[in-house]
Write a protein that binds this ligand. Structure first.
Ligand SMILES: CC[C@H](O)CC(=O)C(=O)O
Ligand SMILES: [Mn+2]
Length: 337
């Protein structure tokens, strides 16, 4: 790791972490956490329902607080940090994106399944029109071969994205797979490259470092690992590691450690760790956000959540198909009788 480059961190605990707490953020929590992140000089703070704008629904989980109020709260306490929002076309619409921009969001991350970048064209165009920094977010990146990922990233670049992310939604990518993906993007796209990892196989940090080594400059982290599944690359640890490597993030390490310990740990229902079922997410290549849904279904049908996740992995179920979780659980339970 010899090149001295600046890495721009996006903190995702107030969005990806929403999955881990069943979308129960309060305004008070967002005010405190966003203020502390701003004071620690984190450049981007993502705030939305876990499944992005307008995610609050029976299918994805109802939010305790309207996300636009959470966005407004975060914007109100950020002096330097830019508030980002996530939007999955088909869940979120132009209306919510405009509303978030009016409230002061400065970045939009338009997320699609790794093979479906074409559905992001209008949303990326609107985001640019609204003057937002715009990210194309290619989810479930382990599900497509490198050439496909490159093709899809080029589409997002052609629509106007400033950055394209490789998103390891399932925490399933191995370090050499991250390396080949980021390296291919470096060769074929001119925009910034980002990486978003999940720690289900305990590889989030290793994969993030490989991504940086290969040229990614936009990196996601979640403080105290507050993200879906086993969480994301742990932000405060990443800041420390990058500092040791001589890579600049501009983020204050002590302030991040204090935030993790004093504010985030009390929010967590249980400490974020790699449990048997979050491990299976990475092993079977299943969306990290499916974890709590699978646990609920397992409880309801008296079966093992791992069996549900393995089956979902075999079926290659992707985001938006959350209703399949109950169906699969019911089928497994029936077969057991
Ligand atoms: C459902 C949206 C998803 O949580 C976005 C994301 O963070 C990922 O795919 O990892
Ligand atoms: Mn994620």
């Amino acid at each position: 790791m010899t090149k001295k480059r600046k890495i721009y961190i996006t903190e995702v605990a107030l969005r990806d972490g929403s999955h881990a707490i069943a979308h129960q953020y309060t305004i008070d929590q967002v005010l405190k956490v966003a203020k502390a992140l701003d004071e620690a000089h984190v450049p981007y703070i993502e705030v939305s329902h876990g499944d992005g704008l307008a995610g609050s629904s029976l299918q994805y989980g109802l939010s305790r607080t309207d996300e636009q109020e959470l966005i407004e709260a975060a914007v109100s306490v950020c002096e330097r940090a830019k508030v980002a929002v996530l939007l999955l076309p088909g869940i979120g619409t132009m209306k919510e994106l405009k509303q978030a921009a009016n409230l002061g969001a400065k970045m939009a991350r338009i997320a699609t399944h790794v093979t479906e970048a074409d559905v992001s064209a209008q949303h990326i165009a609107l985001s640019k029109e609204l003057g937002l920094e715009t990210v194309g977010f290619l989810m479930m990146a382990h599900m497509a071969p490198v050439e496909k990922l490159v093709e899809q990233a080029k589409l997002m670049e052609s629509y106007g994205a400033d950055t394209v992310y490789v998103v390891d939604s399932a925490g399933a990518l191995l370090p050499h797979e991250v390396k080949e993906r980021i390296s291919a993007l470096r060769q074929h796209v001119s925009v910034n490259i980002g990486f978003h990892g999940h720690n289900n196989l305990s590889l989030a940090m290793a994969n993030t470092l490989v991504a940086i080594e290969e040229g990614a400059t936009r990196i996601d982290g979640s403080v105290r690992c507050l993200g879906a599944g086993a969480g994301n690359t742990q932000t405060e640890v990443l800041i420390a590691v990058l500092d040791r490597l001589g890579i600049e993030t501009g983020v204050d390490l002590y302030k991040m450690m204090d935030l993790a310990e004093d504010m985030i740990a009390p929010i967590l229902p249980v400490p974020q760790e790699i449990t048997r079922d979050s491990l299976v997410l990475g092993y079977a290549g299943v969306y990290s956000s499916f974890l709590l849904h699978a646990r609920r279904a397992a409880k309801k049908f008296g079966i093992d959540s791992r069996d549900i996740l393995i089956e979902l992995g075999k079926l290659k179920v992707v985001g938006g198909q959350e209703d399949m979780i109950m169906d699969v659980a019911a089928k497994i339970a029936k077969e057991k009788v």
